[in-house]
Design a binder for this molecule. Sequence first.
Ligand code: PMT
Length: 218
Amino acid sequence: TGGGRLAGRRVVITAGPTREPIDPVRYITNHSSGKMGYALAEAARAAGATVTLISGPVSLAAPAGVQVVPVETAEEMLLATSEEVDKGADLFVATAAVADYRPASRAGQKMKKSHESLSLELVRNPDTLATIAAREDAPFTVGFAAETTDVEHYATDKMKRKKLGMIVANDVSAPGIGFNSDDNAVTVFWPGGRQAIGPASKREIATSLIGLIAERMA
Ligand code: PMT
């Protein structure tokens, strides 16, 4: 027993979109399905880790043996992730597609239509990935970067700025990969190296990624 490349390791993963309420019946969100993050949670579990998945609203079943903490907003995601990392974590992987902005205020009642146009004021959301990576007791931290142009440039810049151990660049401009599809293709960057993975199913990509991460952590 105790086999697996992440045996005995505690792993925290964020997945899915966040949902930022405008009023009691409306919200801002994106097309993330959670598939990439759930596949990573499964692969980490299969590698022997104890896995907690901080999940935005998705329609996926909890992977066997994985603790799922459901959240809705970016603020809730940061809070739940911080609480989990407080307990001690060896690895944090941020696959979630977090809304960068939320409505400045949440209307208590359903907003009525009256004027021909309506402006919605948005404010910046907290960045879970940057917050965890900046901790003194930061686990090995892996970010994702969903980009449509100049993928490598933005991804490596993000890795340096946010002080990450690794970044997974996801070109979300190509059809059939990225948001909501079953397949994906990524390029992984770490200080001094890189590797392309896929196109392949998100399950296969997750297994390769966990292998690469375990190598870098060792
Ligand atoms: O969920 P699926 O349908 O399977 O799709 C998978 C995916 C395309 C969503 C996934 O592979 C992916 O690329 N996730 C990152 C999406 C994203 O929004 O990237 P970003 O470039 O905006 O954010 C960069 C990194 O910072 C990400 O690790 C993100 O989780 C993190 N972040 C961003 C903003 C924020 N407020 N908090 C964060 O933690």
